[in-house]
Design a protein around this ligand. Structure first.
Ligand code: NAD
Length: 367
């Protein structure tokens, strides 16, 4: 049985996760796909109930499941808590304990929303790229680190960019596997003209491609050029693989090509599971949006797309993930919009009506 932990969290988290629960029910009824669903507490909701943003029970359930669907955490009422009790610690703790080393951020522009981008519509219409960011190594974790006072009284801050060949090959493999099911093109982004760690990165990614993925095309690009190319001609990319820090920056840049926070899904993947896929945590890029929580107007598409990624990467249910992606595309092409993506001449709908319409789209596609 496919084991799935659902953690709605705070703010709009539960509202958008509710729309995924309806799709899980649809998959059971219409596609005979069953999940063993466990519900859990995380973030501020967990803190209120147990005193911890990541209760032991939630962590145990997460370790026991193949995949975690995560809503969002946080809110103004918890902002003054000690750092260790903050809702965000729930997410960071899960990522660490589950060993999630690969962060996947797709930037996909549905044709119907091409005008929401800050770039010209023709540059982004049909855009479909994925950034694979290394998540547990690099300069954010490297030692030595810290701020020290020198004998003359001057202060010096230090961080260390460090990658082993194992870490590089592990993340590159995720990117190559992904590219196999797509256009077969990987761009590896580094700064090998200046950094030794990037030189090693480049050598290892190339060596893995040559031995294990000769059918794929691999291009290397310096990070400064990659940033420029992403806004100049984003459709030249398919899969991008890069370090923790470069990925942090480039994935936000790529996200804005799509123009809408309520549409962006993400996945954080770990080692392979017995299900053939990888253990993973799937969540929208947006936060808990306290300003609109409880109003019934949140866009559920980022959460639903995150669930489609879960089907694809943890359970290898590509056909069902494709059905969900197509249903979203159909609904948008039909002119329905939640408030965040509303444009003149379109029909403004609530979270639930967007969910209804995607279910109707699924019914039509599966008919
Ligand atoms: P946010 O993403 O929650 O909201 C930013 C803006 O986008 C808000 O105006 C919000 O209404 C809008 N928005 C976000 N998602 C939307 C959706 N699905 N539909 C419609 N509109 C949407 O970011 P923020 O306001 O900076 O942070 C709010 C809280 O969320 C904070 O406590 C923050 O720490 C937390 N946060 C959590 C995560 C996470 O759980 N992974 C990520 C980012 C922020």
């Amino acid at each position: 049985m496919r084991r799935l932990l659902i953690l709605p969290g705070d703010g709009i988290g539960p509202e958008v996760v509710d729309q995924v629960l309806r799709i899980i029910d649809w998959l059971r009824r219409r596609r005979n796909i069953e999940f063993d669903v466990v519900n859990g507490l995380v973030g501020g909701a967990a803190f209120e109930a147990t005193g911890s943003p990541l209760p032991d029970e939630t962590l145990a359930d997460a370790l026991d499941c193949d995949a975690v669907l995560f809503g969002a955490v946080g809110g103004p009422q918890w902002e003054n808590l000690d750092f260790s009790s903050r809702p965000e610690r729930g997410l960071l703790g899960l990522r660490k304990e589950l060993g999630l080393f690969a962060n996947l951020r797709p930037a996909r522009v549905y044709d119907a929303l091409a005008d929401a981008s800050t770039l010209r519509g023709d540059l982004v219409a049909g855009l479909d790229i994925v950034i694979v960011r290394e998540l547990t190594g690099g300069i954010y974790f490297g030692e030595p680190r810290g701020v020290e006072t020198l004998p003359e009284g001057d202060r010096r801050g230090i961080n260390t960019e460090v990658y082993s060949s194992d870490e590089i090959r592990r993340i590159a493999r995720v990117a190559f596997e992904l590219a196999r099911g797509r256009r077969g093109l990987v761009h590896s982004i580094d700064k090998a003209n200046v950094l030794e760690s990037s030189e090693l990165w480049r050598q290892e990614v190339q060596a893995l491609r040559d031995t294990d993925y000769p059918e794929l095309e691999l291009k290397h690009m310096y990070v400064d050029n990659a940033a420029m190319q992403l806004v100049r001609e984003p459709k030249q990319f398919d899969v991008i693989v890069t370090t923790n820090m470069f990925g942090d920056i480039l994935s936000d840049l790529a996200a804005m090509l799509t123009g809408s926070l309520g549409m962006l899904p993400s996945a954080s993947l770990g080692e392979a599971t017995g299900m053939g896929g990888r253990r993973g945590l799937y969540e929208p890029v947006h936060g808990s949006a306290p300003d609109i929580a409880g109003c019934g107007i949140a866009n559920p598409i980022a959460q639903i797309s995150s669930f489609a990624m879960l089907l694809r990467y943890s359970f290898q249910l590509d056909e069902d993930a494709d059905l969900i992606d197509s249903a979203i595309q159909t609904v948008l092409a039909g002119g329905l919009r939640t408030a965040d993506i509303m444009r003149a001449g379109k029909a403004k709908v609530s979270t639930t009506v967007m969910g209804d319409s995607i279910l109707r789209g699924l019914d039509n596609l599966a008919a």
